[in-house]
Design a protein around this ligand. Sequence first.
Ligand SMILES: [Zn+2]
Length: 418
Amino acid sequence: MRNWHLYNGMLYRNGRIVNESLLIVDGIITAFGVKADQASLALGQRVKSFDAEGCLISRGFIDLHTHLREPGFEEKETIETGSRAAARGGFTSIYAMPNTEPALDSILQLEAFLKLTEKARVKTYPVATLSKQRKGQEPVDYKALTDAGVRLFSDDGDPATDQIALESMNHLASLGGVFINHLEDKSMTNGSFFHEDIPAESEYLMLKRDIGLVKKTGCSYHAAHLSCAQSVRIIAEAKAQGLPVTAEVTPHHLLLNCDDIKEPLGNYQMKPPLRTRADQEALIEGLLDGTIDCIATDHAPHGREKEGAFGPNSPFGITGLETAFAALYTSLVLTNRLPLERLLEALTVGPASICRENDQIKIGVSADITIVDLNKRDKIGKKDFYSKGTNTPFADKEYIGWPVLTLVGGEESFNATN
Ligand SMILES: [Zn+2]
């Protein structure tokens, strides 16, 4: 049934939180307030009622940076398991990074990906590569891919080479695509994962290069997972100059710094690395003042293989979709560092403006909705993740504020009471 009457809840729309009912008919948002209550009465048994007392009702969250690992690394994650994890975390749209095998670098691979997403629990969209096989040499067919509806492009996992950065921005500027870069100059890094091993310079010097190219080409540019104060400053300057630049930050870079790293080290092995307390503060400030547009999880599961262990060959990345909201709400909103409205904006309006999805709860749009119980106290144990990835410092931590019902087009994709 795709008819819902959500009542007694706190509705987030137009940047404000108001007490208002919501009616969904055939998966479409149809009415608010008294009109919703009356129309729901008329529908009788044909509508499912949900008492949202103590709950927040938001447009479903959008994650611009998810690794789903399929095709090629199904032992780490699949579109099915990753999208189930997304639904549990309150995300109704996720964008899959193309560092898969094969990589999404052609129309043929796009078609194969779209076929795979038929199993997805939430709206699952592709990010295409900037270069063939992400090798940084040969460009992909940007026109064919944008004509087919792809909007975001990235060689994520690896940075865009000088040659591909210029060539792709030249094309994407006229096609309306967005260039996303994983900022890491690998000539400045060594094999380990600490702040000293992957220095801030390896990120912000490449960001400076990119901003120079944006000036030259006019291409829409999105900086992935910012980790240092210098990068926040560079983005602020670029925005002040009116350049089409946006940026994201992950929950772990907002909530942790390098002093928090402890055993098992594998739970903290990610790119970019956790940096200093001052960097963490700059990221929170950047999110608060709008320099940083959105929060993206960089959900990067590794199956059960990683299990928190760190070794010379252990892979980078932690899992993030399921704990993102609760960890952020508990650690930033309940401590008065960040208004709840700003957190919600960074999970909905912010990313929507970059991927050009509908950004709001409003009449006539698809009912992609997240309901969060703001009083629910809970934790996710290592064994209880829906994701195949379990390596995260946020496992087994008690947080307040968990998604309890996720609707995609009015269809129930997660229900904590089931
Ligand atoms: Zn990356």
